[in-house]
Design a protein around this ligand. Structure first.
Ligand code: B3K
Ligand code: ZN
Length: 885
C-alpha cells in the first residue's frame, strides 16, 4: 500500500535509462517465513545518455535491504538513499557492479505480484512492475539483461526448481536443501523473469522445429491435475507449428515450460521459456471443462507462446506501448483460433465481446487510446482497449495491406527489431517500409480514444445506373480529448441484387470491376463512393467481417435485414443482420414496456430464426450464434439511458415467445444432437463444439416452455452426460427454472461430486451467480460462506462476484442499491490485500452514467464511499477518481 500521493506518468516524459544492466545474477534462498534475494548487477552508463555519472536510482518496493555493495565496496547507511520506492547510489565510474541482499515475504504476499506463494508452491508474476518487489533493479522494459538464476530451497517440499532459460547446474545443499541454476541466453527485461519452486509433476513431449531442432516441452502441475494437461500440450504443439507456417517464427530455446498455479491475477504470463498460467487456462478434460474452457485453453496457450516473438524477442520500450505486444499477439492468437476452429464463429464471438465490453470502456470514464498518453497505475491499462481494440487496429493494417503485404511487414519488424525494446511507431514503420505505403493518418487509431461512428446513406440513380454510398464519420469526445481528427476506416463491402446475387463492383473512374467484395478506405469526415453499371437498386452489405471497430449505421428496414440474413455471402454479416434485426425488435419491446403497453413480438424475428433453424446446410455453431439474442449488457451499451428492468423483461419475453413458437424445430434439433452426443465420445474439435452449442442453446430455449418432457430431458442430460459442456448447461437451465426441488438436488449432487476440483466449483458458483431469478444478492452472499469459496483466490472472486455484477444485471442493479453496496464493500476489502483484483471488480460501478438518475446517485454514492474509505491502492484510486471526475 502506498503512502505517497499517486502521480500521473506521461508518455511525453519518456527518457532512455541513465544506466544499463548487462548481466543479472540472482540467488534466491526460499524459506517458509521469509526469503532472501541476492542480486549482482553488472552495469554501465548508457552511452545514449552522454557523459557524466548521474545518481543511479533503482526501483524497489516492500524490500528489507540487508546489504548493498557498489563496485566491491560495501556501503554504509550514509552512502545511499532509501525511500519507499527507490534505492539511490552514486557510481564513481562508467562500468561497475551492484550487489544487494534483501529479505522479502512471499508467504504473506496476497497481492500475487512479485514472488508469492500459491498453495504450497512459490511462483512469480513480474509484469508490469512486480520485479521491484523482488529486488532493487531498473524495473522498466527498455532495460534488457542476461539473467542467471540460482534457486535454493528445501528438497522435500520443493523438489522442482525452475527459472527462465536452460538448466545449467544443480546439486544438494545443506540441511535437506538443494539448488538449481538456470541461465537465459536471451537478453530480457525484468518483467519476463520467472521462478517456480514446488512439488510438481510434469507432462512431457517434444517438438521438432522447422530447422529440425528438438525442443523439450513440459507442463508442470500439482500431482492431482496430471490427467488434465493433454489438451494444453496439443494446443502448444499446434501453436508452435502454426507460428512457423504463418509467421515464419521458430522457437529459440531448447526447453519450453508451462506451470499451472491456482492463485493468479489474470489468465497467464509469457515469461521467457517459463510461462506461468492460471490453472483455469491450462487444465482441461471432457469431464471437468466445458467446450468454451477448452477453446480458452487453446487460445491462451497460443497467445503466451506467440509472445515469445511478439513481446519477448521484440519487446516494448515503455508501458505506454503495451498494445505493441498485446494487440499484435491477440491478433495472432485470433488468427490461430480461426484456423483451428470455425473462422466465422470466432469472428462473431470476438466482435460481440468487443462491441459489448470494449465499446463500453471506450464510452466510459476510463476511456483511453490504444496507446495511452498517461496513467497512474499501469496495471489498470491491461484493458479491452489495449488488447482487443489493439488487435482490431493490427487487423485493419492486415486488411489494408493484404495477407502477403502484412507478412512482409511482420518479417521486417522481427528482423529489424530482434533483441530491442520498441514502440508502436516502429511496428507501423516496418509495415510501411515493407509495403511502400504511408500510414501516417492511420496511426490516429493509436492516439485517439473513443469508438468512431460511421453513418452511411445511399442514393440510386436509375437513369445513370449508378449507386452512391456516403459515409460520415465522427468520434465522440472522451475524457482525454474533445476534438477528433478523421480516422482511416477500411470498409469491406458488397452489393446484392434483388435475387441475392453479388454485383460486380466498379467504382466510377475505374476501368473495370474489381470483384464482388472489396475494401474501400474512408479517410475523410464525409466521403462518397459511386459505383457504376448497377442495373437495379442494390442492397449494400457493409463492414463485412467487421472490417473496422466502429459503430456503423445504415437505415435498413427489417425485411432487408432478413434478406441479408439469408443471402449475404459474408457469414459474419449474415449473423450481424440477424443481430440488427433482433436489436430493432427488442428495442421496440423495451419501448412498449416503458410505456406500460403489453408486449408484442414482431413475428418476422420468429420466422427469420425458424428459417435459420431449419437450414441443415448451415454450420451448427452458426445456427447457435444466430439463435442467441443480443445480451443484456450489449443492449445496455447501445442504450442512451439503460432501463434495466425494461431490457431484462423485453429480452426474456422475446426468448419465451421464440421458445413457444419454435418449440418443434428446437426439440427436433435438440434430440438429434443429444442423441449423437450420447453415442459419441467427447472430442474437443470444431464440429463437436458446434453440435453441442446448438444442442445447448436449444435446451435453454426449450426449458422456458416449462414442459415436463423438457424437464426430463434436462435431468437426463445432467445426470448422464460424460462431459462438462452438457452437464453444466443442464445445471444452468435447472438453476434458472422454477423447479425448486430438482434444482436443489442437482446443485447438491454436483457440488458433492466435484467438491475437490476448484475449477469445477468455480463454474458451480458462476451458474448460481448468474441466475436472474429474484433474490440474486442473497444467494451470492450465502455462497460466499460456502467452504469452497475463498476471497483470496482471484478465480473464486471472478466466478462469484464478477459473474454477479457483470452478467446478472437485473439483480446487481436492484433499485434499492443493495448490489452496489455489496460490490463497494467487497472492493474496499479486496483493496486491502489484492489491489489489482479490487480495481478490476470495480468496473461495473464506473458505468454509472448509463443509468437513470436514482441509480446514478446510488452508484456514485458507493464510489464516493470507496474513495473516502481510507488508504487506497493506486489501482483503486485511479479508477475511482477518474470515474467521479
Ligand atoms: N502479459 C500478461 C499480462 C500481464 C498483466 C499484468 N498485470 C498476459 C498476456 O497478455 O499475455
Ligand atoms: Zn498477452
Amino acid at each position: 500500500m502506498r503512502t505517497e500521493q499517486p502521480k500521473m506518468i506521461y508518455l511525453k516524459d519518456y527518457q532512455a535509462p541513465e544506466y544499463l544492466i548487462d548481466e543479472t545474477h540472482l540467488t534466491f534462498e526460499l524459506f517458509e517465513d521469509h526469503s532472501l534475494v541476492h542480486a549482482q548487477l553488472v552495469m554501465r552508463r548508457n552511452p545514449e545518455r552522454g557523459a557524466g555519472l548521474p545518481p543511479l536510482v533503482l526501483d524497489g518496493q516492500q524490500l528489507e535491504l540487508l546489504s548493498v555493495t557498489l563496485a566491491d565496496q560495501e556501503l554504509g547507511a550514509d552512502d545511499y538513499q532509501l525511500t519507499e520506492n527507490t534505492l539511490t547510489l552514486q557510481p564513481a565510474s562508467a562500468s561497475f557492479t551492484v550487489d544487494t541482499s534483501v529479505r522479502i515475504h512471499p508467504e504473506t504476499n496476497t497481492a500475487l505480484e512479485g514472488l508469492y506463494k500459491s498453495g504450497t508452491m512459490f511462483c512469480t508474476q513480474c509484469e508490469a512492475e512486480g520485479f521491484r518487489k523482488i529486488t532493487y533493479y531498473l524495473d522498466r522494459p527498455d532495460v534488457m539483461s542476461k539473467f542467471t538464476t540460482t534457486v535454493v530451497a528445501e528438497q522435500h517440499s520443493y523438489p522442482v526448481l525452475l527459472s527462465n532459460g536452460n538448466p545449467i547446474a544443480s546439486g544438494p545443499g545443506e540441511d535437506g536443501r538443494h539448488w538449481a541454476t538456470w541461465e537465459d541466453p536471451f537478453m530480457k527485461p525484468a518483467y519476463l523473469f520467472a521462478l517456480v519452486a514446488g512439488d510438481l509433476w510434469c507432462v512431457e513431449d517434444t517438438f521438432t522445429t522447422m530447422t529440425q531442432r528438438n525442443v523439450a516441452l513440459r507442463i508442470y502441475v500439482e500431482p492431482e491435475n496430471i490427467d488434465k494437461c493433454q489438451h494444453a500440450m496439443n494446443s502448444l504443439k499446434k501453436s508452435m507449428r502454426w507460428d512457423e507456417e504463418v509467421y515464419g517464427r521458430e522457437y529459440d530455446l531448447d526447453i519450453f515450460m508451462i506451470v499451472a498455479v491456482n492463485d493468479f491475477n489474470m489468465g497467464a504470463m509469457e515469461n521467457k521459456g517459463l510461462n506461468i498460467f492460471n490453472s483455469s487456462a491450462v487444465l482441461a478434460r471432457a469431464e471437468t471443462a466445458t467446450d468454451a474452457a477448452h477453446q480458452r485453453v487453446e487460445a491462451i496457450v497460443a497467445h503466451e507462446y506467440f509472445h515469445n516473438w511478439s513481446g519477448n524477442r521484440v519487446t516494448c520500450r515503455d508501458w505506454f506501448q503495451l498494445s505493441l505486444k498485446e494487440g499484435f499477439t491477440v491478433f495472432r492468437d485470433a488468427g490461430f483460433s480461426s484456423d483451428m476452429n470455425s473462422a466465422t464463429v470466432k469472428r462473431i464471438q470476438d466482435v460481440a465481446y468487443l462491441r459489448t465490453h470494449q465499446f463500453a470502456e471506450d464510452a466510459g470514464p476510463m476511456a483511453h487510446a490504444v496507446r495511452p498518453d498517461s496513467f497512474i497505475e499501469i496495471s489498470n491499462f491491461y484493458t479491452l482497449t489495449v488488447y482487443e481494440k489493439g488487435s482490431e487496429v493490427v487487423g485493419m493494417i492486415h486488411t489494408l495491406l493484404g495477407a502477403e503485404g502484412f507478412r512482409k511487414g511482420s518479417d521486417l519488424y522481427f528482423e529489424r527489431h530482434d533483441g530491442q525494446a520498441v514502440t508502436c511507431d516502429d511496428f507501423v514503420k516496418a509495415m510501411e517500409d515493407a509495403n511502400g505505403v504511408d500510414l501516417t493518418q492511420f496511426k490516429r487509431w493509436y492516439s485517439q480514444a473513443g469508438t468512431p461512428r460511421l453513418a452511411v446513406s445511399e442514393s440510386y440513380d436509375a437513369a445513370a445506373n449508378t449507386y452512391s454510398l456516403t459515409f460520415r464519420q465522427s468520434c465522440p469526445e472522451t475524457p482525454d480529448k474533445v476534438e477528433k481528427l478523421p480516422f482511416v476506416i477500411p470498409v469491406e463491402l458488397g452489393l446484392l441484387d434483388s435475387k441475392g446475387n453479388e454485383i460486380a463492383l466498379r467504382l466510377s473512374g475505374e476501368a473495370s470491376a474489381q470483384g464482388t467484395s472489396r475494401v474501400i478506405s474512408v479517410t475523410e469526415a464525409e466521403q462518397t463512393f459511386t459505383f457504376v453499371d448497377i442495373a437495379e437498386h442494390p442492397l449494400p452489405s457493409l463492414l463485412r467481417g467487421f472490417s473496422a471497430p466502429v459503430k456503423l449505421s445504415f437505415p435498413y428496414n427489417r425485411d432487408q435485414l432478413m434478406f441479408l440474413m439469408q443471402h449475404d455471402s459474408d457469414g459474419f454479416n449474415r449473423w450481424d443482420a440477424g443481430q440488427q434485426l433482433s436489436v430493432q425488435v427488442l428495442q421496440e419491446l423495451i419501448a412498449q414496456h416503458q410505456k406500460g403497453e403489453s408486449l408484442a413480438l414482431d413475428p418476422r424475428l420468429i420466422s427469420a430464426l425458424k428459417t435459420v433453424l431449419s437450414d441443415e446446410s448451415l454450420d451448427q455453431a452458426m445456427v447457435a450464434e444466430m439463435l442467441s439474442l443480443p445480451s443484456e449488457a450489449y443492449l445496455t451499451e447501445i442504450s442512451e439511458v439503460a432501463d434495466v428492468e425494461a431490457i431484462h423483461n423485453a429480452r426474456e419475453f422475446a426468448r419465451k415467445q421464440l421458445a413457444d413458437n419454435l418449440f418443434e424445430a428446437l426439440w427436433l434439433r435438440y434430440q438429434a444432437n443429444r442423441d449423437l452426443s450420447r453415442h459419441t465420445p467427447y472430442v474437443a474439435e470444431a464440429e463437436h463444439f458446434a453440435r453441442r452449442a446448438l444442442q445447448n442453446i436449444a435446451l435453454s430455449y426449450l426449458m422456458l416452455s416449462g414442459k415436463p418432457e423438457v424437464l426430463a430431458a434436462s435431468l437426463e442430460q445432467f445426470e448422464t452426460s460424460d462431459n462438462m459442456t452438457e452437464r453444466l448447461t443442464a445445471l444452468a437451465v435447472l438453476v434458472n427454472s422454477p423447479f425448486e426441488e430438482q434444482k436443489a438436488l442437482a446443485l447438491a449432487s454436483f457440488a458433492e461430486h466435484f467438491k475437490d476440483n476448484p475449477l469445477v466449483m468455480d463454474q458451480w458458483f458462476s451458474v448460481q451467480a448468474g441466475s436472474t431469478l429474484p433474490g440474486g444478492l442473497e444467494r451470492v452472499k450465502a455462497l460466499m460462506q460456502h467452504k469452497a469459496f475463498n476471497i483470496k483466490n482471484p478465480n473464486k472472486v471472478r466466478a462469484l462476484v464478477g459473474a454477479f455484477a457483470g452478467q446478472n444485471l437485473i439483480n446487481f442493479h436492484a433499485a434499492d442499491g443493495s448490489g452496489y453496496r455489496f460490490l463497494a464493500d467487497l472492493v474496499i476489502e479486496l483493496n486491502g490485500f489484492n489491489p489489482q483484483i479490487a480495481s478490476r471488480q470495480l468496473a461495473p460501478l464506473t458505468r454509472w452514467r448509463k443509468y437513470d438518475s436514482a441509480r446514478q446517485a446510488l452508484m456514485k454514492g458507493e464510489l464516493e464511499r470507496i474513495l473516502a474509505s481510507g488508504q487506497l491502492s493506486s489501482d483503486v484510486y485511479e479508477v475511482v477518481s477518474k470515474s467521479l471526475a
